[in-house]
Structure formats: structure tokens, C-alpha cells
Design a protein around this ligand. Structure first.
Ligand SMILES: Nc1nc2c(ncn2[C@@H]2O[C@H](COP(=O)(O)OP(=O)(O)OP(=O)(O)O)[C@@H](O)[C@H]2O)c(=O)[nH]1
Ligand SMILES: [Mg+2]
Length: 326
């Protein structure tokens, strides 16, 4: 495919075109991903998540500049799963990140919540996969929004950075959302504010409480053999003043080394691959259902259940019959 060759050669317009296809779930995108897939698996995917307004975008921008000191290229994917608007926060992000665009080594992609048939999480994974295939050694993924969307980032990223800001009882929220459990690095941004120290202390206490209670189970189903553990650092940054960035980059690099040395990189890759295959299995099955069963029969089954003529399990089983018999 010509476009993939052009994108591989560094043509930004070809890349943008491919990304749109992939994002929208177009057949051309699927084809490109299938062709390029053998090239994936090398990028360090860093998820940046945390409370709204904590300074994620500002931090990502500064972080990108810092990382670019050692890397030839870098990609940023800004995801906004919560906003129904295509403007708003997203437009703000674009403006804030604009000064980075001058650096031809940095590629920025903002993704709105709309227009992804398989859902935003799915589209994000595919976009990251494509950037990985095209040789971006580091991909920063900023996710905004609450709850599940943030936890989803752990299914894409190798390293999850949780960004909090002083005040607002964020540390309690973070714990509740299970975010501390998926965080590999915790950052208290806006450290220029006097309340920052208190937030750091609260987070440290919360983190200690969590590990003592045995909640810090890394996101793996099969436990690994004995490996040296990773202790989640709690760092402070003031993104607007360029403070603490070197330390944050050092922590991100250290985490990557830890993943490689401990064998966890491979384990994560395996888990991600499994999740991907399972997701596609579900999607293919749903498509098969739509094709072979159809909305009419589904609606009829619902009616039968409503009339108490059939129980839901039997109704579903009967619907599946055309799929099982050939
Ligand atoms: N005082 C201070 N303000 C900061 C710092 N970093 C970011 N801000 C400000 O915090 C506000 C929010 O910053 P963003 O980078 O948009 O935060 P965000 O987490 O990306 O926000 P959403 O994507 O909307 O959730 C902006 O007004 C920033 O200028 C910091 O280190 N110190
Ligand atoms: Mg943002």
C-alpha cells in the first residue's frame, strides 16, 4: 500500500490520513494495521491520566520537549472521552500544544469522543498501534475524564502516570477510582502552590495504606515469579515553571528499564495482546449476530420474554442456534 510506505518514510500528511482511517474504523485503516502490525511492539507507551484540570496537557507538552532531548521522534495522543463536543477542552488542548507543533519531531493527534464505531478506547488502541508501527519510540497518551476511561489507559500503556493537583481531596478520589492501583508514577503537579506538600503527604499516606492492605496487585492475572518490585514514586512538578521534569523523565525511563529487566514488559505485551484478541472476538461475534440473527428476531425474542413465554437464557440460546448450526 502506497500510503503506508509514505507514512513510513515520514510523510506527515500520509500519517494523518492513515490515522483518520484507523480512528474511524475504515476498511483501509484495518488493512494498513494488518500490513504494519509486524512492525509494532517497540514503542514505550506512557499514559498520562488524572483529575480534570490537574495540568495533564501542560505537563505532556513540557514532558515531550524534555524527552525530545534524547529521542528523535515522539507522538502525543490526546483523548477526550467525556466531552461530547469537538471544540471545548479539546480545542484548548490544541492551542496549548501548538508551540510544540513547530518541532517536526513531535506529532500530535487530538481525538474527540465522537465518530468511533468501536468506542473511543478501541480507536485509541488502534491509533497507538499505528504510531508504534511507524516507529515512534515514545507515545504519550493523555486521557481526560473520570472512572472507567482512565482505568482503560492501563490496557494500552506500559507506564501509567497519575497526575494530581493540590487541594480538592483528589487523593481520596484517586484511591476510590482505583487509580493509585494502576499508577506506576504519581505526580503532584502545580507544586508551585503551597498546599502541594500536604497533597504529597496525603498521597503517601494513602499509598502506604493501600500497599499495607495488600491492594497493590499489579494489573496481571498470572503472578510473575519473584522479581524485584517497583515502588511507585510520588513526584512533584510545576509544569508551568518547568520544575521537576527531569526527575519525571528519569522515573519514566527507570520504569521502562524495570519492565524490561523484570520480564514484565513481555507479560504486559501478552496481556495487551490477549485483551485485543478478546475484544476483536467480541466484535466479530456481534457482527455475526447482526448478520445471521438480525434485529427482527432479536426484537421478537425480547417480546417473548416480556410476555413471559420464554426466559431470557432460553431466548438467547435459541437466537444463537443459526450461528452454531451450519
Ligand atoms: N499554578 C500552576 N498552574 C498550572 C500548572 N500546570 C498547569 N497549570 C494550569 O492549570 C490549568 C489546567 O491545565 P491543563 O494542562 O489544561 O490541565 P488538564 O489536566 O490537561 O485539563 P483537562 O484536560 O481539561 O482535564 C491551566 O490553566 C494551566 O495553566 C502548574 O504547574 N502550576
Ligand atoms: Mg488536557
Amino acid at each position: 500500500m502506497k500510503l503506508t510506505d509514505a507514512a513510513l518514510a515520514g510523510d506527515r500528511r500520509a500519517l494523518a490520513r492513515l490515522l483518520s482511517w484507523v480512528e474511524n474504523g475504515a476498511p483501509e485503516g484495518r488493512e494498513a494495521l494488518a500490513t504494519l502490525f509486524p512492525r509494532t511492539g517497540h514503542a514505550h507507551v506512557v499514559g498520562i491520566t488524572g483529575s480534570p484540570g490537574a495540568g495533564k496537557s501542560t505537563l505532556v507538552g513540557k514532558l515531550a520537549k524534555e524527552i525530545r532531548q534524547h529521542e528523535p521522534r515522539l507522538a502525543i495522543v490526546a483523548v477526550d472521552p467525556s466531552s461530547p463536543f469537538s471544540g471545548g477542552a479539546l480545542l484548548g488542548d490544541r492551542l496549548r500544544m501548538q508551540d510544540l507543533v513547530a518541532d517536526s519531531g513531535i506529532f500530535i493527534r487530538s481525538m474527540a469522543s465522537r465518530g468511533h464505531p468501536g468506542g473511543i478506547a478501541h480507536a485509541t488502541r488502534d491509533v497507538v498501534l499505528l504510531l508504534d508501527a511507524l516507529g515512534f519510540p515514545v507515545i504519550l497518551v493523555e486521557t481526560v475524564g473520570a472512572g472507567q476511561a482512565q482505568v482503560e489507559v492501563a490496557r494500552i500503556a506500559h507506564t501509567v502516570v497519575l497526575v494530581e493537583a493540590p487541594g480538592m481531596g483528589d487523593e481520596v478520589q484517586a484511591l476510590k477510582a482505583g487509580l493509585m492501583e494502576i499508577a506506576d508514577i504519581i505526580v503532584v503537579n502545580k507544586a508551585d502552590r503551597p498546599e502541594a506538600r500536604q497533597t504529597v503527604r496525603a498521597l503517601q499516606a494513602a499509598y502506604l495504606g493501600m500497599t499495607a492492605a495488600g491492594h497493590h496487585t499489579p494489573s496481571t492475572e498470572q503472578p510473575l515469579e519473584v522479581i524485584p518490585g517497583w515502588e511507585t514514586p510520588i513526584l512533584q512538578t510545576a509544569a508551568v515553571d518547568n520544575q521537576g521534569l527531569t526527575e519525571l523523565v528519569a522515573a519514566i525511563t527507570a520504569h521502562r528499564h524495570y519492565l524490561e529487566i523484570s520480564g514484565r514488559w513481555e507479560l504486559l505485551s501478552r496481556l495487551h495482546a490477549r485483551a485485543e484478541v478478546e475484544t476483536w472476538l467480541q466484535r466479530h461475534l456481534m457482527l455475526l449476530l447482526e448478520e445471521r440473527v438480525g434485529e427482527q428476531r432479536l426484537a421478537a425474542a425480547v417480546e417473548a420474554v416480556l410476555r413471559r413465554e420464554k426466559d431470557p437464557a432460553t431466548a438467547a440460546q435459541e437466537l444463537l442456534e443459526p450461528l452454531l448450526s451450519r
